[in-house]
Design a protein around this ligand. Structure first.
Ligand code: SF4
Length: 194
């Protein structure tokens, strides 16, 4: 049920979270991973009730229909929540494009959401073999890179983002950039770790 979407934050207007679009951002609660450098620690724990009600958010979006192009679902990890699917359907029905920020934790769920998504920002943290030390989760690298493969097999505009985590060597960054380019990533951004 859409009202069960657990939301930890809402930005009603931004020009930087979906390229060339004015958007609102819904920060979904919960993430299965625990990256030491995560800047959204307050969103990581799944709660039974969100801090903000989805119905309330829909109302705010309705009031901004004329000014916004898109709604971006971010987190935490939005694909953790099954109700994301219905929430996306609802914002599409309101005429918004749908953006998704994901770390690719759930490749199968990502695949099922793709018909509802217009743009994806995918977090690729490192090469697969270096992931579990970063996320604390075995198999996380394989999942993230499987999600990348899935997205590269579609026409959905994709931006891959890498946070330069502490301890990441120059050669390691170069190796990652080369690898991403080889598999077909054309839009890769490096971002500083705060
Ligand atoms: S995957 Fe993203 S949201 Fe989850 S812990 Fe890592 S940085 Fe934070």
């Amino acid at each position: 049920m859409p009202h069960a979407l657990r939301i930890g934050g809402f930005v009603p207007f931004t020009s930087i979270d979906y390229p060339q679009h004015l958007s609102a951002v819904v920060f979904c609660q919960g993430c299965p991973w625990r990256c030491g450098y995560c800047h959204n620690q307050h969103l990581l724990t799944s709660r039974t009730t969100g801090l903000l009600g989805w119905r309330n958010i829909l109302k705010k979006l309705h009031q901004r229909q004329k000014f916004l192009d898109a709604v971006v679902f971010s987190g935490g990890e939005p694909t953790l929540q099954k109700s994301l699917h219905t929430a996306m359907e609802q914002v599409r029905a309101m005429g918004f494009k749908v953006g998704l920020h994901t770390a690719g934790c759930y490749p199968d769920r990502l695949k099922s959401l793709l018909p509802l998504v217009d743009w994806v920002g995918l977090d690729i943290k490192d090469l697969p073999e270096n992931y579990s030390a970063l996320t604390g989760a075995g198999g996380s690298g394989e999942r993230a890179w499987e999600s990348l493969d899935i997205l590269l097999s579609t026409d959905i505009p994709l931006q891959v983002r890498t946070t330069l985590h502490p301890g990441m060597e120059k050669a390691q960054i170069a190796q990652l950039c080369t690898h991403l380019s080889r598999v077909g990533v054309t839009d890769h951004r490096l971002q500083a770790c705060h």
